[in-house]
Design a protein around this ligand. Sequence first.
Ligand SMILES: C[S@@+](CC[C@H](N)C(=O)[O-])C[C@H]1O[C@@H](n2cnc3c(N)ncnc32)[C@H](O)[C@@H]1O
Length: 262
Amino acid sequence: MRWDPARYAAFSDERSRPFHDLVARIGREAPRRVVDLGCGPGTLTATLAERWPSAHVVGMDSSAEMLADAVNVASGHPNLSFEQRAIEDWSPTAEDDVVVTNAALQWVPSHVSLLPGWLAAMPSGSWFAMQVPGNFDSPSHALMRAVAADGPWASALDGVLRADPVLGPAGYLELFESNGFHADAWETTYMQLLHGPDPVLEWVRGTGLRPALAALDAADPSGALSSAYESEYAARLRQAYPAGAHGTVYPFRRVFTVARRS
Ligand SMILES: C[S@@+](CC[C@H](N)C(=O)[O-])C[C@H]1O[C@@H](n2cnc3c(N)ncnc32)[C@H](O)[C@@H]1O
């Protein structure tokens, strides 16, 4: 699936806030190596390099498009580098004292079965901090699936949109505590006030809608099928998230876990 960094950056304030809320809870001083899994364009990874100047900070992402600007980001930070690699192919080294992953593991549904192996390989005193969206039951995502299941695009979208790629905070708390980590897990619903026409559609176009659009464009390269699907979905979103006097409120639940190896 191709990413579009410019579209993703359109809501950079709203998208970066959970990253800062997440890493604020990491208590580690002077880590040797810091890894950012699914780092995207690398601008947030750079803040880790600034926070821990004596650490080697590595951002990893599978998307060449997302990493396109990472060379420029790294050039201003001697302790920062980037690697193009799939999260599924990664495992921690004995020097990975901090692992951060923000808004990425929902794209790796196998992360729940991969986590015990990752945690077992991490050194003592290490920290693992993760944030995933917990909004797969929200109208934006439920409607995405409902519209996908009912229309001329249904066969092209069969099995493309997952309903349950993440756990809730209690699930992650149990998982980390069962694997030798002390965990702090919580959830927050951000009341995001968006502006402009169809702002929720604009939001999901940068992330959750991308697999559907990619599948539709593969099935019909003319783009007619994806336009028809999007326009039906947009109409349903307008009903679910009407514009108000101050903008369009898009509540967004996110699930956080910050854990330290015992
Ligand atoms: C929503 S963006 C988050 C980017 C960044 N962490 C941030 O907070 O802005 C999700 C990122 O995960 C990456 N990603 C998705 N699946 C991946 C995988 N299997 N392996 C590595 N990266 C992946 C995407 O390429 C994308 O850059």
